[in-house]
Design a protein around this ligand. Structure first.
Ligand SMILES: Nc1ncnc2c1ncn2[C@@H]1O[C@H](COP(=O)(O)OP(=O)(O)OP(=O)(O)O)[C@@H](O)[C@H]1O
Ligand code: SF4
Ligand SMILES: [Mg+2]
Length: 340
């Protein structure tokens, strides 16, 4: 059988705007990106930079009220933006899976975890009750839960945080998805458990060529576990690069600020990235020019008036940045805003 070489996810000029009492709030602003099959992309940025709204926009998982979207996002060629909830359900169950920060909010507290996994199998894979129950136990074993037969009968609050996140991962992989979105999957877990859960995700990805978006505050996590990194600020991708290139030669002063506020980038850390001076801009009234200018020590008048486009670097065509005065010898090789 021929191997499908086409990218699994293609996002093109995607914007997501919320209607708020203070006016329109553009949480995702003209984002384009492509994910090759089996690749992993880390999305990093300060709180409120748009990581969650972007990743949820890509899979169509946003509130339906007070949201407008422009641009496109396809998964395996199917358009997500503007598609009805009913049609998205088919994609969510089979092709796309999600793991979020707090498994307690995603699990039903009154139902045994085995039942919750089995239900997804019965709905999406049409398994019989008996087969679904057996498969649920097998999945619990696969995600490293000891005594899975016994644990399948437990309620979520009878499990530790790490175990609950393993259950969420079991539910996520139950139907053999091709694309996994993990939004801060280990925030709130202690460091050892965090590493175990991330190792588990890495192991499962390798086994099934799973494509992944990993949203995290923690640059230590993306340094060792993703192929590419996209850095978000004020709803835009402001730097994007193969992970090694980003850590070797950062281009954006904002990304440098994030790196400088992470004590150890080559080892797991769990430092929240919050120590850049100043505050992110108000997305209802964003500044003209570069949104980072009010906080940037390199800012010039040009920065304050002309918005820098995302361009390729002369040093590496896969390293993109949006900055008038890039660091480390980067220069713009073209004015293309496309990053494909
Ligand atoms: N339903 C909503 N209605 C209005 N504004 C929203 C809504 N959801 C998110 N926002 C706003 O969109 C912006 C981006 O939020 P988002 O949750 O994507 O940030 P984030 O990068 O994931 O932050 P964190 O690291 O804290 O999770 C923020 O300004 C947030 O207040
Ligand atoms: S464009 Fe200017 S203000 Fe923005 S990050 Fe680059 S140097 Fe700083
Ligand atoms: Mg978030």
């Amino acid at each position: 059988m021929a191997i499908d070489q086409s990218p699994i996810v293609v996002v093109d000029h995607l914007s997501t705007t919320f209607r708020t009492p203070r006016g329109p709030l553009k949480a995702v602003n003209d984002v384009s990106l492509t994910l090759e099959r089996g690749s992993s992309l880390g999305i990093v940025g300060e709180s409120g930079s748009g990581k969650t709204v972007l990743s949820r926009s890509i899979i169509g998982l946003l509130p339906t009220q007070n949201v407008t979207q422009t641009g496109t996002a396809t998964i395996n060629g199917s358009e997500i933006i503007g598609t009805r909830h009913k049609d998205l359900l088919k994609i969510w169950g089979s092709e796309v899976a999600m793991v979020f920060q707090d498994p307690m909010t995603a699990l039903t507290p009154t139902r045994r975890v085995g039942q919750q996994i089995a239900e997804s199998l019965r709905i999406n894979l049409k398994l019989s009750r008996k087969d679904a129950n057996l498969r649920a136990i097998e999945l619990l074993r696969q995600v490293g839960i000891p005594s899975p037969e016994r644990r399948a009968r437990a309620y979520p609050n009878q499990l530790s945080g790490g175990m609950r996140q393993r259950v969420m991962i079991a539910i996520a992989i139950a139907c053999g998805p091709e694309f996994l979105v993990a939004d801060e999957p280990t925030t709130g877990l202690d460091v050892t458990v965090q590493a175990q859960v991330l190792d588990l995700i890495t192991e499962l990805r390798a086994k099934s060529n799973l494509t992944m978006i990993l949203v995290t505050h923690d640059l230590g996590v993306v340094a060792t576990r993703t192929d590419n990194v996209a850095v978000m600020y004020a709803g835009r991708i402001v730097e994007q690069a193969p992970t090694a290139s980003l850590f070797a030669r950062v281009a954006m002063p904002y990304t440098k600020g994030l790196l400088d506020s992470t004590p150890r980038i080559d080892a797991p850390s769990h430092t929240r990235l919050s120590s850049i001076e100043g505050r992110p801009p108000d997305l209802v009234n964003p500044p003209e020019g570069c949104a980072f200018a009010p906080r940037c020590t390199y800012a010039t008048d040009e920065c304050r008036t002309v918005r820098p486009e995302l361009v390729r670097s002369t040093l590496d065509a896969n390293h993109l940045f949006a900055c008038h005065h890039p660091l480390n010898g980067h220069q713009a090789s073209s004015s293309l805003t496309e990053n494909k």
